[in-house]
Design a protein around this ligand. Structure first.
Ligand SMILES: [Zn+2]
Length: 234
């Protein structure tokens, strides 16, 4: 993979000055993200930081024996391991790959050194940490107040933005964790969006047909969050 394209495809790396971004990307190992791979567990030390250039990771809370509950998504807009910039080594949530892709991976100890050496890198990671906090707060409220179907529409819009693909491969189990519902709830909500002509829904794949329609079908959280990002970060 050419260094220039590696630099351009993750927002945190792209936020660095050109030479610094190239140097940083060259220090990372491009690594495939396979759907269902668990990248970290709550309270375990983060051994590596992941900067996705494609694909999407799901951040989920795990309470006892209950199914994991997704509270956030990480794509090429950010990174897994932003808490390392706060000198916190323990992962706050479980991270699992929802959509396959590739990430630039750097050992946590090395990232610590890079963070100490670069104010620009610290700024980029801190900004993303705040963005991710906003996303998890919005998602917590969304899970409580909004119905499954508009939440699925919101989830599909966000995954499409992060993965830059209209065809989203999924498993019912991961999608039920994403929406906090049983697998049958996923089937009903996806079937309804399909009947409205917004998606096509086959076994293991959802294809977005009408993004504008999906934006209307989604709950207010998608637009609200994007408006907050724009107000804060431009
Ligand atoms: Zn919502």
């Amino acid at each position: 993979m050419p260094e220039e394209s590696k630099q351009a495809t993750n927002a945190i790396v792209a936020a660095l000055p050109t030479r610094e971004g190239r140097r940083f990307a060259a220090l990372c190992q491009p690594t495939p993200l396979k759907r269902g791979d668990i990248l970290c567990q709550p309270n375990q030390s983060l051994e590596k930081a992941y900067f996705p250039t494609s694909g999407v990771m799901s951040l989920a809370m795990v309470l006892g024996s209950r199914p994991p509950l997704e509270l956030g998504l990480i794509g090429r807009d950010g990174m897994l391991g932003a808490t390392l910039s706060l000198d916190i080594l323990a992962a706050p949530m479980r991270a699992v790959v929802q959509v396959e892709g590739t990430a630039l991976v750097m050992p946590s100890a090395q990232l610590h050194q890079e963070l100490r050496a670069s104010q620009r890198l610290r700024d980029a990671v801190h900004h993303y940490q705040y963005r991710l906090m906003m996303q998890t707060l919005q998602t917590a409220a969304c899970l409580h107040f909004h119905e499954i179907e508009p939440r699925l529409a919101r989830w599909l819009l966000l995954v499409q933005e992060l993965s830059l693909t209209d065809n989203i491969h999924f498993t019912h189990t991961l999608l039920s964790h994403a929406l906090g519902v049983r697998r049958s709830g996923v089937t009903i909500a996806a079937g309804s969006l399909q009947r409205r002509g917004l998606i096509s829904y086959n076994r293991g794949e959802i294809r977005i047909i009408d993004r504008a329609g999906l934006e209307i079908a989604a709950c207010e959280c998608h637009t609200a969050l994007n408006n907050k990002y724009r107000a804060l970060f431009g």
